[in-house]
Design a protein around this ligand. Structure first.
Ligand code: PLP
Length: 396
């Protein structure tokens, strides 16, 4: 018998949060943690942000849910704001990241079908990718730990090394629909796409009539200091999946597309019972109000630079730290082979009251709320240094 009634798919640790206050989580026994994990890049405004809390409470009392069979003034209003703030012309709302990526994959396939090229159904994806846990999205990664035992998977995906433009271009054939990638890989190790890579994929899409499908579930929505990570590269995608920060903790995602890329998504081709309900839209609007507020994104950039600078100063003092990675407030520290990132994350949590997340390539992921202040950076770096000094490295 399992010791809890929850399906044991997560290696749950001893932190059992029951309350959140800004950038801190409070556990069952009253212990406090500095939260630089933010629900894995979800709690963009921290915990208990008054504006978000009020928007959800007010909307819950007014109208929580109606079917997508009815007109949605709430959905139209929020979707228009996302359209105005992005490359997109049209939006499909989901309840999670994986559903946003599923919608993106379906939209890409359907585009070629509607264009009279139904044989163009393959998406070229990348090593270390993470696109979610549905059968479709585990088919879109070649990470064995997510795929083993779930075969047969969805056909129609090919895999190239991330940031290797030539390898990706070499996979293009008559069946290619486009490329699906994270603009900055999260789970895989906080690896930002290089300019040559992202711009080269865009160029290849234009030349071959392919679609550039970005997964900005983790790196989008202000996380890197720009509204969208693609803005760092001077390009625009055709389709993009968004989630995590968009609801600030309320389950919400979105698939954005140009009108042309979405031309196959006509009545009856897709749907969601909950997607875009009034409660979710109210949460989304409240988060967006803050993120698009005066100076907010500039603040994320500045805070990100401050945090990165502080980490870079700290790194030479400890043999276990190799380098910093990422953009804005989506940062990672790569550890030396002699120190296991997962063990170090556990050590920081259990012995120093600091929450971070591990990622691939032996990286500690740093994903604080976007609203952190100078005092949180100081506290974070102090806890990291103390943690590094008191950590007894176990080999990875
Ligand atoms: C978290 C994540 C997903 C999946 O989102 P869920 O809400 O867990 O379904 C997809 N893609 C990326 C890049 C992610 O970081």
């Amino acid at each position: 018998m399992p010791i809890t009634p929850l399906m044991p798919v997560y290696p749950r640790c001893g932190v059992r949060p029951v309350r959140g206050e800004g950038c801190y989580l409070i556990g069952e026994r009253g212990e406090r943690y500095l939260d630089f994990a933010a629900g894995i890049a979800v709690n963009a405004l921290g915990h208990g942000h008054p504006k978000l809390v009020k928007a959800i409470a007010d909307q819950a009392a007014t109208l929580m849910h109606v079917s997508n069979l009815y007109g949605s003034p709430q959905g139209e209003h929020f979707a228009q704001r996302l359209v105005d703030a992005s490359f997109a012309d049209t939006v499909f709302f989901t309840n999670s990241g994986v559903e946003a990526v599923e919608c993106a994959i379906k939209t890409a396939r359907r585009y070629h079908y509607a264009s009279g090229n139904p044989q163009r159904h393959d998406l070229i994806t990348f090593n270390q990718a993470f696109h979610g846990r549905s059968l479709g999205t585990i088919s879109a990664t070649n990470q064995a730990k997510m795929r083993d035992g779930f075969e047969p998977l969805l056909p129609g995906f090919k895999y190239a090394p991330y940031n290797d433009l030539d390898a990706a271009l070499a996979l293009i054939d008559d069946h290619t629909a486009g490329f699906l990638l994270e603009t900055v890989q999260g789970e895989g190790g906080v690896t930002a796409g290089s300019e040559a890579f992202i711009q080269g994929l865009r160029k290849a899409c234009d030349e071959h009539g392919l679609l550039l499908v970005l997964d900005e579930v983790q790196c989008g929505y202000g996380r890197t200091g720009k509204m969208w990570a693609y803005e760092h590269y001077g390009i625009e995608p055709d389709i993009m999946a968004v989630a995590k920060g968009i609801g600030g903790g309320f389950p919400l995602g979105a698939c954005l597309a140009t009108e042309e890329a979405a031309k196959g998504m006509v009545i009856g081709t897709h749907g969601s019972t909950y997607g875009g309900n009034p409660l979710a839209m109210a949460a989304g609007e409240a988060v967006l109000d803050v993120i698009l507020g005066d100076g907010f994104l500039e603040g994320v950039t500045k805070t990100g630079e401050r945090l990165r600078g502080a980490l870079e100063q700290m790194i030479p003092n400890h043999d276990m730290f190799v380098e910093t990675r990422g953009k804005g407030l989506m940062l990672g520290i790569k550890l030396a082979d002699s120190a296991d990132a997962r063990a170090f994350v556990g050590h920081l949590r259990d012995n120093h009251g600091l929450l971070t997340v591990s990622a691939g390539e032996n990286v500690v992921r740093i994903l604080p709320p976007l609203v952190i202040e100078e005092s949180h950076i100081t506290e974070f770096v102090q806890k990291m240094s103390e943690g590094a000094r008191s950590f007894a490295p176990v080999p990875a």
